[in-house]
Design a protein around this ligand. Structure first.
Ligand code: 5GP
Length: 131
């Protein structure tokens, strides 16, 4: 059965997309640790990151770096943190999280954004990514 992230890739579920290539997609996390929390995924459906073939893994890291630089241009923060967990969604994803304090890296306190805030943020990151 397709993962929810494959459904997002296929347009069967909505997402606030920020960047896309032939092989990768980035979109805002729906329950963000902090404003700008973004998920970068390979379109290939794989459960665990270290099971990716080397080319796809390295491509994901390169894509994530480009997306992180775009987020950093838009969201005030000390730096962009990166986590890989995958205990909830069995489709490889890199969490990119704008960090202001250690709390933002803990996946315990969550930020609430309205639909328009999500949309504006996704547009701004997307523009920074293209620029
Ligand atoms: P993990 O699998 O790394 O533990 O966490 C999965 C992440 O995906 C969580 O941060 C969660 O908020 C996010 N997530 C789960 N379902 C959806 C969804 O349908 N859309 C989006 N944009 N994010 C999701």
């Amino acid at each position: 059965m397709a993962t929810i992230f494959t459904k997002i890739i296929n347009g069967e579920l909505p997402a606030y997309k920020v960047a896309e290539t032939d092989d990768y997609l980035a979109f805002l996390d729906i329950n963000p640790n902090a404003k700008g929390h973004t998920l970068c995924i390979p379109k290939e459906e794989e459960n665990k990151i270290f099971d990716l073939d080397e080319e796809t893994y390295l491509g994901l890291m390169k894509f994530s770096r480009n997306v992180a630089k775009a987020i950093e241009k838009v969201v005030p923060c000390q730096r962009i943190g990166m986590s890989v967990i995958g205990l909830e969604v069995p489709h490889v994803h890199v969490h990119l999280i704008p960090l202001r304090t250690m709390e933002d890296a803990r996946f315990t306190s969550k930020d609430k954004l309205s639909d328009s805030e999500f949309r504006e943020l996704a547009n701004a990151i997307s523009e920074a990514y293209k620029g």
